[in-house]
Design a protein around this ligand. Structure first.
Ligand code: NAG
Ligand code: NAG
Ligand code: NAG
Ligand code: NAG
Ligand code: NAG
Ligand code: NAG
Ligand code: NAG
Ligand code: NAG
Ligand code: NAG
Length: 640
């Protein structure tokens, strides 16, 4: 009942709003000659619309019948936004005399009803940009809007139900530059549908049902998006014409073979990720055609396919490639040995394959900066492989099974990270690493080192030497370390250290000039924190994680006060608890008071004695000063 009472006034006010007469000028905003009337439950533009309006925003209203009356008999608009109304009728010829109207947004209306009545909208004399997206239009219906649109350059038909593009669909709009047909159900494109559109540079056919592209011949097109279709093969027409295509998106299709691209091309980006590629061949049989050269190709994405290998020769025709993504395939061996290959490549993503062997020849990959190798089966690598990459900065080797060479032994079944002067970032987490030998990273410029999730890792006390000036981030979490014998205090640049989820009983020793800003000690075995170590950090530490440790309440009082008085943030303070013998449950660290830790027995007595002695001393000192003061007063009075 109460509910209904509440609802009723609400409903009444809604009805009132929707039937508001345009005469009572609603709260439109007028900024110079632009009028904003969005979301005001209007059925038409306000009648007292000032003259000479250039831009009218009537989006999100209740317009149903778009006529001269609805637009307050004005013709001078440059920009009309009628998105998200209920338009199902447009007065034929309405836009004929709007010779300044460049932008017309009719998206999210019910224009399928209008088209169903087979009425023509009439000439779109000056319209350059038209949005007809989400109008329930199906095949052929766009004709009623486009038949006479001589100035149209930019058209969106996204989110309709078009199944076929006929050869004459765009016959009335020959200046089109960009067509968006994203999210329709296009199965068929008739020959000649786009060919005569000489100015067409961008075609978005993503999210449709296209199964193949044969004889692709749109040589002026620059961007072609075929993502999220069911394309099985893509063949360009055999011709010697120069194609201007730069971006081809074929991601999320069913391609079995690499697309066959035009011989004369300037393609820069090819995306064939998430397809069914099993090889980089362009057809099933022997390659009939001569090699296509990709002189402009910079970015090639073939991730999420079923590639088992990539022959080195595949890269012969890609001289200027910069980014290669072949992650998430089934590649078990990758090798680049020819020094002329991939001279400009900066990023190679080979993550999540089943790599067991990786080979880089001398003087190959001179520009490679980032190499992603995580999630493979790498156990043995040529121990000097990374020293051969003169520009390498980032190495992602997590989730493999590597061992690190020690400098004394003959390198065998291990990989070396010393003497890679450019190396800044190294992730070796989850590698079943057992031993971290001395000088493991000497002569690198490592800023970040992740050694987490290598339980049982034995770190030599000099394992991090050489990183004193460079290392900023060190991650050692989940390593089952019970005591850290590596001296971290010499790492002068170290700012962030993660020691969470280990078995530490002591915190590492730091010197006063440490620059640690964040320290994670969560989930260890810390009972008593060495106060001098914590004090050394006080001036630099900003963030401290301490939760899930069996801290003792009363032996860390100094530390507690430090947390209270300094600017250290303890984000997990809710879980920082300590053990107190008088309490059965752990006590939250914020609730610990000095009184709780009243020291008992002999200690209490000692303190009492100390306090009494102190009080006596102070009293004596005061007495002495008082006497002296009186004496001075005497003297002063005497001389005065
Ligand atoms: C739309 O409005 C015009 C003029 O106001 C009127 O002639 C026409 O019948 C209306 N059409 C519909 C479908 O309501
Ligand atoms: C459209 O293409 C024609 C040639 O077919 C060219 O003359 C004209 O300048 C182009 N127009 C625009 C706006 O690019
Ligand atoms: C192609 O369309 C998809 C949306 O379906 C979009 O995510 C992607 O960025 C587009 N690709 C290009 C090259 O514009
Ligand atoms: C790819 O083509 C080569 C010949 O160029 C052929 O030997 C090989 O079997 C082909 N691979 C597949 C998977 O079709
Ligand atoms: C492949 O890697 C490149 C470069 O690292 C990246 O830009 C792209 O998004 C990746 N592709 C996918 C599908 O994640
Ligand atoms: C490597 O590729 C995977 C997808 O295949 C992507 O998620 C990841 O972001 C890529 N790495 C980089 C650094 O681009
Ligand atoms: C290292 O790799 C692991 C994945 O195994 C990831 O969780 C972690 O965030 C990476 N470290 C850094 C610093 O990016
Ligand atoms: C680091 O480089 C110096 C000078 O090049 C060299 O003497 C030293 O042996 C190198 N250290 C290691 C561990 O490779
Ligand atoms: C962690 O170290 C303890 C000894 O400190 C050992 O008993 C335990 O097995 C180790 N756990 C793992 C996962 O290595």
């Amino acid at each position: 009942m109460a509910c209904l009472q509440l609802l009723l006034p609400l409903m009444v006010s809604c009805v009132a709003a929707s039937e508001r007469s345009p005469r009572q000028l609603p709260a439109c905003q007028v900024v110079q000659m632009d009028v904003f009337c969005s979301d005001l439950s209007l059925r038409s533009a306000p009648v007292d619309l000032p003259h000479g309006v250039r831009m009218l925003d009537l989006s999100l209203n209740q317009v149903q019948n778009l006529s001269q009356e609805t637009l307050a008999y004005q013709n001078g608009f440059h920009h009309l936004n009628l998105r998200a109304n209920k338009i199902h009728f447009i007065q034929p010829g309405l836009f004929k005399d709007m010779t300044d109207l460049r932008v017309l947004d009719l998206s999210r209306n019910n224009l399928n009803v209008f088209a169903h009545a087979k009425i023509n909208i009439g000439p779109l004399t000056a319209v350059e940009s038209l949005d007809l997206s989400n109008n329930g239009l199906y095949t052929g219906m766009s004709d009623y809007f486009l038949a006479d649109s001589p100035s149209l350059m930019d058209l969106s038909l996204n989110g309709n139900s078009i199944t076929k593009i006929a050869h004459n669909t765009f016959g009335g709009s020959s200046l089109l530059r960009r067509i968006s047909l994203h999210n329709n159900v296009i199965l068929e494109i008739e020959d000649g549908a786009f060919e005569f559109l000489n100015n067409l540079t961008e075609l978005d056919l993503s999210k449709n049902s296209i199964t193949c592209i044969t004889d692709f011949n749109l040589c002026n097109l620059k961007v072609l998006n075929l993502s999220k279709n069911s394309v099985e093969f893509f063949h360009s027409a055999t011709s010697v014409v120069f194609y201007k295509l730069t971006h081809l998106d074929l991601s999320e299709n069913k391609m079995l073979y690499f697309p066959l691209l035009p011989r004369s091309n300037m393609i820069e980006h090819i995306d064939v990720s998430r397809n069914h590629l099993q090889s980089v061949n362009v057809t099933g049989g022997l390659e009939k055609r001569t090699q296509v050269y990709f002189y402009y190709l910079k970015h090639l994405d073939m991730s999420y396919n079923q590639l088992k290998s990539i022959p080195e020769s595949f890269f012969h025709c890609m001289r200027f490639l910069e980014v290669l993504n072949v992650s998430n395939n089934c590649i078990n061996s990758f090798s680049i040995t020819n020094p002329g290959l991939l001279q400009t490549v900066k990023i190679i993503n080979l993550s999540f394959n089943s790599l067991q062997s990786l080979t880089f020849g001398e003087n190959t990959l001179p520009s490679l900066e980032k190499l992603f190798l995580q999630g493979n089966d790498l156990t043995t690598l040529d121990h000097g492989i990374f020293q051969r990459l003169p520009s390498i900065k980032h190495l992602h080797l997590q989730q493999n099974d590597l061992e690190i060479c020690s400098s004394e032994n003959e390198p065998q079944d291990c990989v070396s990270f010393t003497s890679i002067p450019t190396l800044q970032f190294l992730n070796l987490s989850e590698n079943y690493l057992r031993i971290l030998p001395a000088n493991a990273f000497a002569n690198t410029s490592l800023k970040l080192l992740d050694l987490s999730l290598n339980p049982g890792l034995e770190m030599d006390k000099d394992s991090l030497s050489g990183l004193e000036q460079t290392l900023i981030h060190l991650l050692l979490k989940e390593n089952n370390i019970s005591s850290l014998n590596t001296d971290l205090s010499s790492l002068k640049s170290l700012k962030h250290i993660d020691l969470s989820t280990n078995q530490l009983t002591n915190i590492p020793v730091w010197s006063k000039d440490s620059s640690i800003e964040s320290l994670n000690l969560q989930n260890n075995n810390l009972v008593t924190l060495k106060y001098s170590s914590m004090l050394a950090l006080e001036h630099s530490l900003k963030t401290l994680y301490m939760g899930s440790n069996p801290l003792s309440c009363c032996s860390n009082l100094d530390f507690l006060q430090m947390v209270q008085r300094s600017a250290v943030v303890v984000p997990d303070i809710e879980t920082v608890t300590c053990v107190h013998e008088e309490y059965s449950e752990p006590v939250n660290i914020e609730k610990v008071t000095l009184e709780m830790c009243h020291i008992s027995g002999v200690q209490n007595y000692v303190i009492a004695v100390v306090v009494i002695v102190l009080v006596l001393l102070i009293a004596m000192a005061l007495l002495v000063r008082y006497c002296q003061a009186r004496k001075r007063k005497h003297i002063r009075r005497f001389t005065a």
